[in-house]
Design a protein around this ligand. Structure first.
Ligand SMILES: [Zn+2]
Length: 328
């Protein structure tokens, strides 16, 4: 049964737990979700976080979103799934206990492996009936991502929504096989992926930017009105003191990698614009002497950065988005 069919009382979020499968001590895992039915008709939207169990920013952003939306009337219905990968979350791990990646197992299989069962459970309850899905992530492996949106801008509906999302950084991509984004996209279901910050750390500014992104998308999908969205951003999301990005999206992104081993000192940060040939940082040896300059291969926007100073040849240092295309 889809959670969208559940009857809710009152106008706020209805909070519930659904049992599925058991852990090794034969206790049921309990999947938390929150659902709010609007008074007027509209889209069914699911926002899912922590498909990677250690990416916690999305969990916190959903808690803040639920508090912010509590008194607001919605069109359609909104389902929030704060911790999709409960097992990974319990282990402080990106992965499932069998070391598989849940985000390579969609749409899942009822009688499949443990991960395939979880993917199938999530798909059946929260994804299959939704009109739009938002999937919240953070940078992994010591990576820090500037809050941005990823979605398939070849999809007309997604492009139309994206063009109404004010001032956000967007990278077009359709995801890899088995990911929620790719598999939902195959059946014509739009999924926006939101990247924000890093694992294992809450930063107020990043959470505010992530929340602003969600509010903008909900405004764009006509789930909340323009005035409510403006109020929410003013009251909850706060001023993130950054000039809005021009409306459009990046067609490509590249990882710039360490050319040698040593200690990496960055010269730019996620959120910065860079020119081709501009120094992104340098790598020193154990005497502190410079071994290599890392120069930007592209003119573009820094989406993400490697955080740990110790690097080896090939380590991904900066994720640079480029080939900007305007959206009208
Ligand atoms: Zn992730």
């Amino acid at each position: 049964m889809s959670v969208f069919d559940s009857k809710t009382d009152g106008s706020g979020f209805h909070k519930s737990l659904i049992p599925f499968e058991e852990d090794a001590s034969q206790r049921s895992w309990l999947m938390p979700y929150l659902i709010k039915q609007g008074r007027s008709p509209g889209r069914k939207i699911t926002i899912i976080a922590a498909i990677h169990g250690d990416e916690l920013n999305g969990v916190r952003i959903l808690h803040e979103l639920a508090a912010a939306l509590e008194p607001i009337d919605l069109a359609g219905s909104l389902c929030l799934v704060p911790v999709a990968n409960l097992m990974g979350y319990a282990n402080h791990s990106r992965y499932l206990p069998d070391r598989r990646d849940l985000n390579r197992m969609f749409p899942g299989l009822k009688d499949g492996s443990e991960g395939a069962r979880l993917a199938h459970f999530l798909w059946t309850h929260f994804i299959a009936q939704a009109d739009v899905v938002l999937d919240l992530h953070s940078g992994s492996y010591n990576r820090w991502n500037f809050p941005h949106l990823r979605g398939n801008m070849k999809d007309e509906a997604m492009r139309a929504w994206a063009s109404r999302i004010e001032g956000q950084v967007i990278l077009t991509s359709s995801g890899v096989a088995g990911s929620l984004r790719k598999e939902a996209g195959k059946i014509g279901k739009p999924v926006f992926l939101i990247e924000a910050g890093e694992t294992g750390r809450f930063e107020k500014k990043i959470l505010q930017m992530g929340l602003t992104l969600l509010v903008r998308i909900l405004e764009s999908t006509e789930t909340i009105g323009k005035e409510d969205a403006a109020d929410l951003i003013r009251n909850y999301a706060g001023n993130t003191d950054r000039a809005p990005h021009a409306p459009g999206y990046y067609r490509k992104a590249v990882w710039q990698r360490a050319t040698c081993a040593g200690l990496f000192m960055p010269a730019v940060s996620p959120g910065d614009r860079v020119e081709a040939g501009q120094p992104l940082g340098h790598i020193t040896d154990l005497f502190g002497e410079r071994r290599a300059e890392i120069l930007s291969e592209q003119t573009g926007f820094v989406l993400g950065m490697h955080l740990h100073p110790q690097v080896v040849p090939g380590r991904a240092l900066f994720h640079i988005a480029y080939e900007f295309k305007e959206l009208h």
